[in-house]
Every structure is written in structure tokens, then in C-alpha cells.
Design a protein around this ligand. Sequence first.
Ligand code: NAI
Length: 246
Amino acid sequence: MHLKDQVALVTGSGRGIGQAIALALAEHGANVVVNDVVEESAEQVAAQIEEMGVAAMPVVADITCEDEVKAMFTAVMDRFDQIDILVNNAGITQDNLLMRMSEEQWDTVLAVNLKGAFLCTKAVARPMLKARRGRIVNIASVVGLTGNAGQANYSSSKGGLIALTKSTAQELGSRGITCNAVAPGFIETEMTGRLSDEAREQMLGRVPLGRPGQPEDVAGAVVFLAGPGAAYITGQVLIVDGGMVM
Ligand code: NAI
């Protein structure tokens, strides 16, 4: 229970990896704000968390819209008067070959995966600076390090998110705020459920641990980076991929 009485906000936590992160933070004692664009999902996960004996607050907000992001953090401060942990998890894919990728596909993916994380980080910085403490964890991807054919938009957004992680770590470090990234490999969620059997087999063939990752595998790394054991770690990228990229 090393996160007892802390308040965490996880973007896009209505399902998938974000949901697992929200539940794991709650398991360690944190009160959790469950953000998503899908109201029903946010409410379901918040109800699941309340059953664990900590407080949960569902907030519907589109992280690409600064007004909605600001209103979300104002509502969190009104309710809890503190925010200790931000996990920028919400992310989308719209894959296509570079030559066929539309301007809209580029803009939409960059807006959620990179601008959304920037807006949330900007909004959380003030209360964290005031408190002189805070943990920010960005969910990037191994393709942000390696690139990936068919994912120019997504891999660029994740590479940008890694650079945002390091800039944030440098700007906010002197006030006791850490910022790190977790870079998952192939994790079984609805996002990867769309892959063909062939693509899945090909991906698994590159994983030394021989199995796809589960959302809980990513959540474990986030709990570590949000906890006391990671107090002197900032600006780092922790790869959680069963050894796929090394
Ligand atoms: P998912 O598609 O299952 O869940 C994403 C959640 O984010 C959904 O609940 C969705 O409603 C929400 N969301 C989407 N746009 C939003 C917005 N504008 N504002 C607020 N919420 C929004 O995805 P999954 O697989 O759980 O991925 C979570 C994160 O992990 C993403 O950033 C993804 O890029 C990253 N990741 C996933 C990997 C995988 O293999 N599944 C691998 C590497 C990284």
C-alpha cells in the first residue's frame, strides 16, 4: 500500500492498459481519477476501483482539447485538493503506408498521443510544482525507439512523447517531480486485437519470452515508477516488451 492517500489520474483508463494501470495503482492504495472519452467505460472502471476500498472519480474529457483538460484538472483539485501521479496513457493508432497516409490520419494520431500528453502535463505541472512533488509516467512504445513500417504517424508520436518525457524531466526535476516513459512492446488489448494472425505470429517470433505481454505487465512498471523505489529515476525509458527490442 505504498501509494496510500495519493491521487493518481490515468488518461484513457476506461479499458486496456490504462484500466490495468488504474486498478494496479488502486491496489497499492491510491485514489484514482479514471479519464476516458467513453463515459460508460470510465464509470465501470471507477466502480471497480471503489470496490477496492479507495476513492475513484470518472471524468469524461477529450485530452486533445485544452479546455476539457483544464476543466478535468480543476474538478480533480476541487474534489481531492491534490494530484500526485499523472499517467499519460491514452493513445490511438491509424496505420497506413507513408504514401497513403492522409494529413488527417497524421494529425489525429499526433493530437491524441503527443499533444494530449503535453496538455495534461502542462495542466498538472502547476499543482505539482506547488506541492514540490509529483510523478509523471508517459506510455510510449518500442516503435517510438525503432520506428515501424506502416506506422509513421504512431511511431513519430511515441518518439515525440519520449522527447517530451526528457524535456519535462529536465524542466521539473528541481522541484521534486520525476517524469519517465514506459515503452511497451506487443501487449494483448483491443488495440492489438485488430492485427491479423500472421502479423501476430511474426511479432511473437521476435519475443524471447515467447508470449504476448498483458496489460498487467505494463501496469507493474508504472506502479514502480510512481512509487518510492523510483525516487531517483527521471527522464528514462523503461522497455516492457519481453525482450523484443534490446
Ligand atoms: P486501447 O485502444 O485498448 O485503449 C485506449 C483508451 O484510450 C480507450 O479507452 C479510449 O477510449 C481512450 N482514448 C482514446 N482517445 C482518447 C482521448 N482523446 N481522450 C481520452 N481518452 C481517449 O489501447 P491500449 O492498447 O490499452 O493502449 C494504451 C496505451 O499503450 C496507448 O498509448 C498505446 O499507444 C500504448 N501501447 C500499446 C501497446 C499494445 O500493444 N497494446 C504497445 C505499445 C504502446
